[in-house]
Each structure stands twice: as C-alpha cells, then as structure tokens.
Design a protein around this ligand. Structure first.
Ligand SMILES: Nc1ncnc2c1ncn2[C@@H]1O[C@H](COP(=O)(O)OP(=O)(O)OP(=O)(O)O)[C@@H](O)[C@H]1O
Ligand SMILES: [Mg+2]
Length: 260
C-alpha cells in the first residue's frame, strides 16, 4: 500500500486502572518521514500517547497500526518485529551506566539476535562496525570505549541517538529528549534527531516542553489537552496564539516544566 500511514491511531482511549483517562478517543495519522512534535501541559497525556504507540502499556479501546500492522493485536514474534521498528529516546537517556559507549550503542542490535546470542556477547563484526559508524554520525567516535556515566548529559543523549540509529527503526518516539539538558545542548540533540529524520527517513514523534525547540525542529505540531488532540497543523502555519492557548494562555515558553 503506497499511502499507508506510518502510525495510525483509531478511536484510541486509555483509561488507567485508577480511572484516570490518559487518552480519549484519539484519531491520528502520521506519515512516513514526518517530524511531529507533541506539546501540552504536564499531565495532558503526551507520554501516555508515546507509551501506547509502542505498547509499553496497553490501550483500553481502539487500535494502533504501525506501518499498516496492528501493534494492539500483535503477539509474540509479530509484536517483537513491530517493536524492532520503533526506537525510543527518553529524557533520562536509559543507558547502561557502567558499560562502554560502544556496548550501549550495540544494544540497538539486540532485537536482531536470538536471545542466547546476546547473552554471550556475540555481536557480529558488522554490527560493531555499524555501532562505530553511528557514533561517528553524532561526533562521538572518540568516546567508543568510555564508560557511559563518564559522559555529559548531552553526550549521553547522543549515545542514545546512536543506539537508535544502530537499531535502524522506521519510527523514533522521543519523550522529552532534552528536558534535562541546557538550551545549547538541547539544540544539538534535536539537531541529531533531525539528522535521523532527514537523512535516514525515520519518522519522529517527539514530546517537547519547549515551544522554541518545537518551532525550530518540528514540521507538524500536535497539541494535547486532557487526553485529547486540541490542535494539529503544519508548524509553518501555526501562530504563536496556538501555543499560548495550549499552555493555558500563559506566554512563558517553558511552561510545562513548572508542574513537574
Ligand atoms: N500509571 C499511571 N496510572 C494512573 N494514572 C496515570 C499513570 N500514568 C499517567 N497517568 C495519568 O494520566 C494523565 C496523563 O499523564 P502523562 O504522563 O501522559 O502526561 P504528560 O503529558 O506526559 O505529562 P508531563 O509533561 O508531566 O510528562 C495524567 O493525569 C497522569 O496523572
Ligand atoms: Mg510525560
């Protein structure tokens, strides 16, 4: 199918066990190669949206299709194969702190091996080469053997980006990738994410608190409030008033952060 969306949500609702409605009747289509930013106040449902897409949590109603296949209904091997096509970037980097940078990047390949092989550290020479090349792409080739916890926050996030590149997914979900970084470092990390989007055609969906970064890097913006999509449009056609509105009429650009 030529024009099939890369990510499709059909009437998706997520109600947590305690009754909190995380997502309410979401319908959304994201095409291959889009760079979409999700904005909204703390508690709006941004993380719930991302966690639902790769099924880190199950949804209550509806269906989510990844490149035409339902991740909602997938089981076993099918689920693993769909998940391999989805890379994740977290605010907290999620690196194995005491392992080398190279090892961390190599874990991007784990899903391509049967489990017993990775237990015995049998990554192929090709994969080591891939990992090294990914580190070159984020300018960290000189840190290959450095322990992850000896890097700065920005460098650690770029290792996570190299790991995603090594995984070679169709989609990258980034949950506030720059929330613990200073503005300049944030821009560098976003730049590397944009590189994966533009040069490798990976579809990116990123939750961001910073309107400034959203504007600079997003092609499309989705505004979320109380589990619903309240805005969806091209970034170039989105006036500042939309952001002011999503953030409750306040002008401060880093708003969501105040509630954490
Ligand atoms: N595991 C959970 N159990 C119950 N309620 C939850 C759970 N996780 C999230 N929620 C609730 O679901 C709603 C959406 O939360 P979510 O984490 O998606 O918000 P968010 O937009 O990512 O916020 P933030 O900007 O603070 O990260 C909130 O009301 C939150 O309290
Ligand atoms: Mg969140």
């Amino acid at each position: 199918m030529a024009n099939q969306p890369m990510i499709q949500l059909k009437d998706v609702t997520k109600v947590y066990d305690n009754g909190t409605v995380g997502l309410k009747d979401i319908n959304l289509e994201i095409d291959k190669g889009e760079f979409v930013v999700v904005v909204g106040l703390s508690g709006a449902g941004k993380s719930t949206l991302l966690r639902s897409i790769n099924r880190l949590q199950d949804i209550s109603e509806g269906d989510i299709l990844i490149d035409g296949k339902s991740i909602t209904k997938a089981k076993g091997k099918d689920l693993r194969l769909i998940r391999r096509d989805i890379g994740m970037i977290f605010q907290s980097f999620n690196l194995v702190k005491r392992s080398s940078v190279l090892r961390n990047v190599l874990t991007g390949r784990v899903a391509y091996y049967p489990t017993w092989k990775t237990t015995f550290n049998l990554f192929s020479k090709e994969d080591k080469q891939k990992a090294y090349e990914a580190l070159q792409r984020v300018d960290l080739a000189d840190k290959v053997y450095t322990r992850a916890d000896q890097l700065s926050g920005g460098q650690q996030q770029r290792v996570a980006i190299a790991r995603v590149l090594t995984q070679n997914p169709k989609i990258i979900l980034a949950d506030e990738p720059t929330a613990s970084l200073d503005p300049q470092t944030s821009r560098r990390v976003m730049h590397d994410l944009k590189m994966l989007n533009e040069e490798y055609g990976m579809t990116v969906l990123a939750n961001l608190h910073s309107v400034e970064l959203a504007r600079e890097f997003g092609d499309r913006v989705i505004g979320v409030r109380a589990g619903q999509i309240v805005y969806d449009g091209k970034m170039s056609e989105t006036p500042q008033s939309v952001f002011d509105d999503i953030y409750g009429g306040k002008k401060d650009v880093e708003m969501g952060a105040e509630n954490e």
